[in-house]
Ligand binder design. Structure first.
Ligand code: GAP
Length: 461
């Protein structure tokens, strides 16, 4: 598959804003770095992704339950999880212009060399010895590299006085681990089983960027799948296959999705094996999702720090043990970015005209059907509104009667709407409409009475 052109990202960013998918955060105040707002179509897209994910991994499986835990967890959670000690990036500041960089990114960009395995001292020396220049001002005068914890902190006021420092969760996972006991006490779950959660996570990323790829506030869709230790390898492979199947289901081109094994020395503090699903973004191949074998690290640590028993008792043998965990994790913003990159096309039509189209799968498209009267006059408009009312009950539909019909099609192409229906003079004669397919642009005539059945089969949702 041809790589996405590097400059396609800027066209995607522009379309996303122009068509109401994604706006820069706090724009009327001059923007607020690396925050974004999902506009009306972006909100629909996001909701469709989350709903489909929940349906796929919770409702359609018998071994899964859901959870909706809090963003603010007891501060001890982050001691136990290791995030207070280990969830760091190395940062470095330019002494001349005060710009701050992630040191590994600075080294990689300047020297085309990986800094993943370097200590802070090695990074400092690499920057100095190679006379790396500040990408902002060109000076060669940096501070030493030092650790920077990525968790956002805030304060909980308990008795009217400033209370303990609390942290906005940097991953949704911990809420699942600390409710493990509640779940096994209240639900009839049997190992192997999983707990799924969708929610916000926050990271004070030093050098965010590439549009919504790395942001400070994002949604995660995570699963903690509890198993017996001796089944971890097979369960890991099963989840890897399920993650690939998900990419296919949402319509990503499968040859743009690859696996990247983390080398042992670079594994997160909790993981014994991690494989990322990476996607060929226009700015390079980068992490889309992750799959980790977290062992019994989290449950054991929470048992130790809370003093509670976080074990599972086998209902047949009465054997007690601490389950191990396989964790598939999916970022919603990265899903949206990959979908936008994958679906975006500037297509040259016969006759030389260009059209921009988003080839979204009908499963996740924000608008499923658009209904147009050929002209904004009665009785065409009245009939079109009747067809719209019929379909609007089932799917998110749009009604549009303004402007030339060609322009209305182009607008829906840019929104990724898979089907457009036009009501014309023949409709008044024989109750048929034209049904236009976004990708082929072919139109077929179809009886209004057959529309729901036909669209049901096509949209499959
Ligand atoms: N619980 C494991 C965990 O949080 P992670 O690889 O750090 O693992 C999981 O994050 C997923 O969250 C990533 O694969 C990515 O999709 C998404 N993600 C992580 N940091 C992000 C950021 N700053 N902006 C947007 N998405 C992010």
């Amino acid at each position: 598959m041809a790589p996405l052109p590097q400059d396609s990202l800027k066209h995607i960013v522009s379309l996303a804003k122009r068509r109401g998918f994604i706006y820069p955060g706090s724009e009327i105040y001059g923007g607020f770095a690396n925050t974004y707002s999902f506009g009306p179509y972006g909100a629909e897209l996001k909701k469709n992704i989350k709903d489909l994910w929940w349906k796929t991994f919770v409702h359609r499986r018998r071994d899964m339950v859901g959870l909706d835990g809090p963003i603010l967890l007891h501060p001890k959670v982050w001691q136990a999880s290791g995030h207070l000690d280990n969830f760091n990036d190395a940062m470095i500041d330019c002494k001349a212009c005060k710009a701050r960089f992630r040191c590994d990114h600075l080294i990689e960009a300047a020297l085309n060399q990986s800094a993943d395995a370097m200590s802070l001292q090695q990074m400092t020396e690499t920057v100095r010895n190679n006379k790396v220049k500040c990408p902002k001002c060109g000076a060669q005068d940096f501070t030493d590299a030092r650790h920077f914890n990525l968790m956002f902190s805030t304060h909980m006021s308990k008795t009217g006085q400033e209370g303990d420092t609390a942290y906005l969760r940097p991953e949704t996972a911990q809420a699942i681990f600390i409710d493990f006991k509640n779940i096994i006490d209240t639900m009839r779950v049997k190992i192997p089983f999983g707990v799924a959660q969708i929610g916000k996570a926050f990271r004070n990323e030093i050098t965010p960027g590439n549009f919504i790829f790395r942001v400070v506030e994002f949604d995660q869709m995570e699963i903690e799948y509890f198993i017996r230790a001796n089944t971890w390898e097979k369960t890991f492979e099963d989840w890897l296959a399920s993650m690939h199947a998900w990419c296919k289901l949402i319509g990503l081109k499968t040859d743009r999705v690859h696996e990247k094994e983390h080398p042992q020395e670079l594994l997160s503090h909790y993981s014994r094996r991690t494989v990322d699903l990476v996607y060929d973004f226009p700015f390079g191949t980068s992490e889309l999702y992750g799959l980790a074998y977290r062992t019994d690290f989290d449950l054991s640590r929470h048992a130790e720090f809370s003093g509670q028993l976080l074990t599972y008792t086998d209902p047949e043998t009465r054997e007690k043990f601490t389950p191990h965990v396989i964790e598939p994790t999916f970022g919603v913003e990265r899903t949206i970015l990959a979908l936008l990159c994958d679906a975006y096309e500037e297509e040259q039509l016969e006759g030389g005209e260009m059209r921009t189209v988003l080839h979204f799968s009908p499963l996740i498209a924000p608008v499923k059907v658009a209904v147009f009267p050929l002209m904004k006059k009665e009785p065409l408009a009245d009939k079109a509104r009747m067809v719209f009312d019929l379909l609007h009950e089932r799917w998110n539909c749009e009604y549009d009667e303004s402007g030339a019909i060609g322009k209305r099609y182009r607008r829906q192409d840019e929104l990724g709407t898979p089907y457009c229906i036009t009501i014309d003079f023949d409709t008044l004669e024989n109750d048929t409409v034209t049904l236009r397919d976004r990708d082929s642009m072919k139109q077929e005539r179809i009886l209004i009475s057959k529309l729901i059945e036909e669209l049901n089969a096509k949209i499959n949702n």
